[in-house]
Write a protein that binds this ligand. Structure first.
Ligand code: XIL
Length: 366
């Protein structure tokens, strides 16, 4: 279809077509910069540099978007996926003892058919729980059995398919104390070892991780996570890795990421950047896009500097499916690709952030 000026003017009146307009229709002052890097693909670069993968979160509804899947399934670009939601407790054990793996299997099969590394996310988290876990006032004995059964069944079901599991998700408050959720309130910190031991029994080979945010930089919460790891190690509880979520804000990326990674490395375990995105206050500007490029560079090059950082996962690669706008109102544009895949583009556009990642993966300076 030809987009005549008259048609464009008409389309501009329709809110649902706002993203569909070709760039020429927007004024030069609002045009945002795009990637200029010509590289084989981010996963290829990461693997050439000795990392296990560069990957992305993905989610079942997005897989109907063929433009999206054609990029996601390019192994040169993405060598790893994490299900954004479909292996969480509400999705996998919606009723006591009733397990459903249908949605999770779609993600696992996608990984398998593309030769991608799969990270399981997650076994025990205070959010996205089905009501029954909190509503039944289980006592300690009952809840311990429920945690062990949920974790063991989930990890056991996917045994042999997973590289790693986020067995415990977000156990700490920002002040370094244990989060008071149904698990902690009922079982104290024993729920952590109960889950980790159940996971190990269900799959002796998968890497067992604890995943959290605000532990990416030197500070109280990171110290608390290190102390938790040391305690688990002293108690002979299986623990293999730490997930550094890395949900950052443009211009506010911490300056102590490398030093902090070295502290985790010194504990004798691996770690990964598990949920990277770098959001900005909207509207986006060319300056914010350039700063975002620098910020992605900073985070990815930190991982490149510490051997025990095994890989990097972005919390989805296109703004179209990012969780940020709905969770942080007024913020967005957090991903390395934009959200523009309609009429004019038929593709998602790479942002300067993509170049920041590519430069870091090649060990170059920005
Ligand atoms: C988010 C998903 O991306 C959203 O779709 C969902 O509504 C809420 O959870 N930390 C985590 C992830 O460990 O599981 C969260 O994912 C983002 C924050």
């Amino acid at each position: 279809m030809m987009l005549t000026p008259a048609l464009l003017a008409f389309a501009a009146c329709l809110p649902f077509l706002a993203n569909a307009l070709p760039q020429a229709a927007s004024s030069a002052s609002t045009a945002l910069p795009t990637s200029t890097a010509v590289v084989p693909g981010l996963n290829d670069l990461a693997r050439s540099a000795g990392k296990l993968y560069f990957g992305s979160a993905t989610d079942n509804p997005e897989l109907n978007d063929t433009t999206y899947t054609s990029i996601l399934e390019n192994y040169a670009m993405f060598g790893q996926i994490t299900p954004g939601n479909s292996m969480k407790w509400y999705a996998t054990e919606p009723e006591p003892g009733v397990f459903t793996f249908t949605a999770g299997n779609v993600i696992a099969d996608l990984a398998k058919s593309n030769g991608m590394v799969l990270r399981g996310h997650n076994c025990v988290w205070y959010e996205e729980l089905p009501d029954w876990v909190t509503a039944n006032n289980y006592n300690a004995t009952e809840l311990a059995a429920i945690v062990a059964n949920h974790t063991g069944t989930l990890v056991g079901y996917y045994a042999g398919q997973m590289y790693a599991w986020d067995v415990i998700n977000e156990p700490l408050n920002d002040n370094g104390t244990m989060r008071e959720d149904v698990f902690y309130d009922t079982l104290g910190d024993s729920y952590i070892s109960i889950a980790l031991k159940a996971a190990r029994a269900a799959d002796p080979n998968v890497k067992l991780y604890i995943n959290d945010y605000n532990i990416e930089y030197v500070g109280t919460k990171s110290t608390a996570m290190q102390n938790l790891i040391k305690q688990l190690q002293a108690d002979d509880v299986p623990i293999d890795g730490v997930g550094l979520e890395s949900h950052f804000i443009v211009g506010e990326v911490p300056t102590t990421i490398v030093e902090n990674m070295q502290a985790f490395a010194a504990l004798g375990l691996e770690f990964a950047i598990t949920e990277l995105d770098i959001r900005m206050e909207l509207p986006a500007t060319a300056d914010l896009y350039e700063q975002q490029k620098t910020d992605y560079y900073t985070v990815v090059s930190a991982c490149m500097q510490v051997e025990q950082c095994v890989g990097i996962t972005v919390w989805d690669w296109t703004d179209k499916y990012s969780w940020i706008p709905s969770t942080f109102p007024g913020y967005g544009d957090a991903c390395p690709w934009d959200s523009n895949n309609m009429l004019a583009h038929q593709n998602y556009e790479r942002k300067p952030a993509f170049d920041g990642i590519a430069i870091a993966l090649q060990g170059q300076s920005i």
